[in-house]
Structures are given as C-alpha cells and as structure tokens.
Design a protein around this ligand. Structure first.
Ligand SMILES: Nc1nc2c(ncn2[C@@H]2O[C@H](COP(=O)(O)OP(=O)(O)OP(=O)(O)O)[C@@H](O)[C@H]2O)c(=O)[nH]1
Ligand SMILES: [Mg+2]
Length: 559
C-alpha cells in the first residue's frame, strides 16, 4: 500500500511542528522546520541530478574511489593525513547542476569521464578529522546530499565514530545509502567475505539492515563496476532526492515524537524497529483511548462546578433569595404594624447588591457577595488541578504539562468572572406574587375594622365617663353567646389579621424555598458556564491540539 505523498508528509510535519510550538523543546521543533525549508529549496533545484557523497574516515580511500569512478585523477590522493580538506565535485553531465552545487556550496567542480549521466559525485573530507573544519564540512553536506556512500576500510569499519555519530542517527535513510568496504585487495580472499558479513551485521545493529554493501578496491578496480552500476541505477530513477527528503521528514517526525509522543515514536528504519513501531503504535492508541475519554473530563465538571459555586458564594445567595422572599412577603402581607416595622430591616438580597430589589436596576461593578474564603479558594484550585490531572493522564510529559498549564491559563480572572456570573444571573426573585397585593388589601381592611371597633368602644367609654345616657349597642350572636358589635369588630379584626399574617408567612416560606431552588439552579448553570469557558474549554483545546499533533506525526512518519 502506498503511503501519503512527500508533500502530504511535509505538510503534516510542518503542522506537527507548529502544533508543538511552545510545548516541545525548541530544538526538535526548529529541526522539523529546517527539514521543511530544505525540502522547499531542494525540490526547486535540478531534480534531474542526483548528488552522491563519498563519506568516510581519513585514509579510507574516498578520493581514490572518486578518481576510480571518474576514470580520471581529479582528486589528490595523499600519504599525509588528512588529504582532502574541502569537498569537490565530479560531474558527468553538469548542465543545469550549477545552482545545485552553489546551494551545496561546493565551488570545486570537475568534468568526469565515462558514463554516469546525471550523477554529481562529491569527495568529502574525513569525518573523523583532527581538523574541525573538515568535520563541519562533512556534517553540513551529509545533511544535504541525495545519496550517501559510506567508504569503510578493513581497519576502521567498526569504529564507533561512524556508527554512533552517523549511521545510527541515519537509520531511516537506508533507501538513500550505499556502504562500500574499500581496500579489499589488502585482505586474503577468505577474509573478504567474513569482513563483509561483519559489516552487514554492524549495519543491522545500526538499524540499517537492508543497505547494499559493496566490497571493492579503489586501487585494483575490483568491485568498482558493481558500485558504478548501483549508482547508475539510482541516478536513472531520479528519486533519491525525494527519498532522502522523505527519510528526513520521518526522522524529524520521530524526533518530535520522541520528545512529545505520537505515533512515530520508533526511531529505527530497519527490521529491528518494526517491532518497536508496533509497540509505540499500541502505546499511542492507549493514549488516545485515555485522552478520548472526554467523559472523564466531563465527570470532573461536577466537582469543579461545585467548588466554583462555593467559591462564588452561591449557597449564600440562594439562602438570601429565600430570606428576601419571606422578608418581602411580610412587608406586603403582614399585619400592618409588623409591616411598618419590617421596612426598617434591610432586604437580604439588596444587602448583597444583587438584583431583584424590585426596581429592576442593573448591577454595576462587583456584588457585595463576600469573596471566597481561603478554604473555598483552595478547594476551587484543587478542583481545577483535578480536572487538569485527569485530562493529562497518559499524555507524554510535555503535553501533560501543557494541559495543566491550559487548565490554569484563565483562572486568574476566575474570581471576577464568577462574581459577574452571579450578578448577571436572573434570580427570578423580583416579581411579587399577585396574592400578596390582595392579602395586603385585606389586611388593611381588617385593620380598618379593628380600628373602627376600637373607636366605637372608645366612644362608648367617653360617653360613660361623661355619665351620658348609654346608647343602645347592637350585639351579635357568637358561638351561642352574645357579643357587642364594637368588641367583635376590635377582636375579630385583630385576630383575623394575625391569622392571615401567619398563613401568609407559611405560604411565603414555601414560595421562598421554591424560589431559592430555582435561583440555585440558575446560578449553578451560570457557574457551570464559567467553568466550561475558563477551565474545561482550554483543557479540551489543548487535548485537541495533542490529538492533531499525534495525527500529524502519524501522517509524517507514514505509520
Ligand atoms: N591497498 C589499497 N590502498 C588504497 C586503496 N584505496 C586507497 N588506498 C590508499 O589509502 C591512502 C588514502 O587514500 P585516499 O584516497 O587519499 O583516502 P581519503 O579517504 O581520501 O583520505 P582523506 O582525504 O585524508 O580523508 C592512499 O595512500 C591510497 O593510495 C585500496 O583500495 N587499496
Ligand atoms: Mg581524500
């Protein structure tokens, strides 16, 4: 099955790098950008030419092989080491390769003999040089060329220098690599085979199991033709430049994945790495399962909302809603004297500078709901932390840190936002029930009846005091007994007023509880909205970012 195209993989790498910006170490991020930049330049230069570099230790015979392939003594082959100090190029069909060599910064160019059209062969200095400039030149060009020809020799082929510094990190570049064992003329015939096998074994350990290994002698020319035809084949295909870039993309993606997780955690390109790639894919599936449990983050919304509600003083406001309702009921329906006295007590909601004073005035600035206590604040903080921890579980370290950071990113404004949410939530406490007015009127009527009775009795008392003849006082039958009307009016009016006041209080108590519950629901919904916006959304955004990173890495590594 064909994987995604180089373009798609490059785009995916760039996306992974920009998603990783600020989350993963700068070095890995900028390495990915560097690959993309390089790819942009290389594909704009001649793709009809294949740049192959001869790289190896000092004295391995790079310049000798360069000459052998060019069928001309272009390079100086020296006895003093090191000999070659700057790279030089041999060209078979140099037309159009100028810009390419300019980009490679290789000014020394020779016309070679023989048939290898399209090849640009570079003779590099020694990578293990005592001269720093040589090593820098090698490192620079090893990063840029299309095809790498490692020239080893029987003495130094197992040196750690080449395996650790170059071959292992280039484990994904097997497709664009050829290994040469030079100077086989110096080995007994039987030893050549053993030596080649040993080279292959070491390469396999480097993760480069499939790389072609050619035994040859630049001096006698044995095996040089095999290398020539191998190179000719690659050059004819004109694909090495793209394969090289693809390997670079894979390596950069794997490096990003190594620090930040993702599907491409495997670093090797050979057989040995396939198993580890499987393992890391399983691991990343595990991660996405863990991350995918958005339900778990949702679960945590509950304790978060509870803690935030407490920090915002919701229970206090809910209580005040109930109290305010009872208070206003007494003012509206109580016995007129009590009503009048009640007016001097403050309204519990107004005291918190919360709406519902009855005048529909808008709240400006902060409420007077007391700020969260230290305990409430730390409970809110730990609820935020719990959300972050649960969301970060199973994520690679840097991403886990990013998720935790996201959870806290907006919590600085939390107290203000919570307060505003409380202030702007409609508590549904403004409207006075209609029966209050009716009961209020009845109370006044009963009060008037009582006063009338009192005045009547007062009149009788004054007449009696003045020894005036007592006017006839009508009576009414109450419970079998006769009672004078003025007395009945006074006592009846007072009693009925008190009874109605008590019943109204009872009703107001129930109504207050209902309103408090309703206000609680509205407040908690507002608080949940704040929690969502200030805590859960940033966390989910970061998780989504990781998700996209993981997918981009998988695409870039051609998993
Ligand atoms: N016997 C034998 N000697 C070789 C062979 N190839 C190169 N030499 C000798 O090895 C020595 C080094 O060869 P160079 O081609 O200069 O090696 P190099 O890798 O270019 O060395 P630097 O430029 O210093 O990195 C010279 O004396 C060559 O003659 C070979 O196949 N067989
Ligand atoms: Mg040389």
């Amino acid at each position: 099955m064909k994987g995604p195209s180089l373009d798609d993989r490059l785009a995916a790498l760039l996306e992974a790098a920009s998603l990783a910006e600020g989350r993963l170490p700068d070095a890995a991020v900028s390495a990915a950008h560097a690959v993309a930049d390089r790819a942009g330049v290389r594909r704009g230069l001649s793709v009809d030419h294949t740049v192959a570099a001869l790289a190896g230790a000092t004295g391995s015979g790079k310049s000798s092989l360069f000459n052998a392939l060019a069928l001309t003594d272009l390079a100086v082959v020296g006895v003093t080491r090191p000999t070659t100090s700057t790279a030089q190029a041999a060209l078979w069909d140099g037309e159009g390769a100028g810009a390419l060599l300019d980009w490679l910064e290789v000014p020394t160019r020779h016309e070679a003999a023989g048939e290898l059209p399209g090849l640009v062969l570079l003779d590099l200095p020694d990578h293990d040089s005592i001269e720093l400039t040589h090593r820098l030149e090698v490192d620079r060009l090893v990063e840029l060329v299309d095809l790498l020809v490692w020239v080893l020799d029987p003495q130094k082929y197992a040196d750690a220098a080449v395996h650790e510094r170059y071959l292992r990190p280039l484990a994904r570049h097997g497709e664009v690599m050829v290994v040469v064992l030079n100077q086989i003329d110096r080995l007994p015939t039987a030893a050549v085979r053993r030596c080649l096998d040993d080279v292959r074994r070491l390469l396999a350990e480097d993760g480069l199991g499939g790389v072609p290994v050619v035994g040859l002698s630049a001096r006698t020319g044995a095996g040089v033709e095999e290398l020539r035809s191998l190179l000719a084949e690659r050059v004819a295909k004109r694909r090495s430049w793209a394969e090289r870039l693809a390997a670079d993309v894979g390596t950069a993606a794997a490096d990003l994945a190594a620090v930040g997780g993702g599907a491409g955690r495997a670093t090797g390109g050979g057989d040995g790495s396939r198993a580890s790639r499987e393992v890391s894919r399983e691991a990343s599936r595990q991660v996405s399962r863990d991350v995918g449990h958005g339900a778990n983050v949702g679960e945590l919304a509950k304790p978060l909302n509870k803690a935030l509600a407490e920090a915002a003083g919701v229970p206090l406001v809910v209580e005040a809603v109930g109290k305010a309702h009872r208070h206003r009921a007494v003012v509206a329906t109580g016995w007129p004297v009590t009503r009048w006295l009640r007016r001097f007590r403050p309204d519990p909601l107004r005291r918190l500078r919360l709406g519902g004073g009855g005048d529909g005035r808008e709240i400006v600035g902060r409420t007077s709901v007391p700020g969260a206590s230290a305990v409430e604040r730390s409970q809110a903080e730990s609820a935020v932390r719990d959300v972050a921890d649960a969301a970060a579980r199973g994520l690679p370290g840097p991403w886990a840190a990013a998720v935790r950071h996201a959870a806290r990113s907006r919590t600085g404004e939390l107290p203000d936002t919570l307060d505003k949410a409380v202030a702007t939530t409609s508590l549904g406490a403004t409207r006075a029930p209609r029966w209050w007015k009716a009961v209020g009127l009845v109370q006044w009527a009963l009060f008037a009846v009582m006063v009338a009775g009192a005045l009547w009795l007062g009149g009788l008392f004054v007449m009696d005091y003045l020894r005036l003849p007592e006017p006839p006082t009508p009576t009414a039958g109450v419970g079998g007994a006769e009672m004078p009307w003025p007395t009945l009016l006074l006592l009846g009016g007072a009693l009925a007023g008190v009874v109605i006041a008590l019943l109204s209080r009872l009703a107001a108590g129930l109504g207050g509880r209902r309103r408090a519950r309703k206000a609680g629901r509205a407040l908690r919904a507002s608080i949940a909205q704040v929690g969502r916006e200030q805590v859960l959304e940033p966390v989910e955004e970061e998780l989504a970012r990781y998700d996209r990173f993981e997918k981009a890495i998988a695409q870039a590594t051609r998993a």
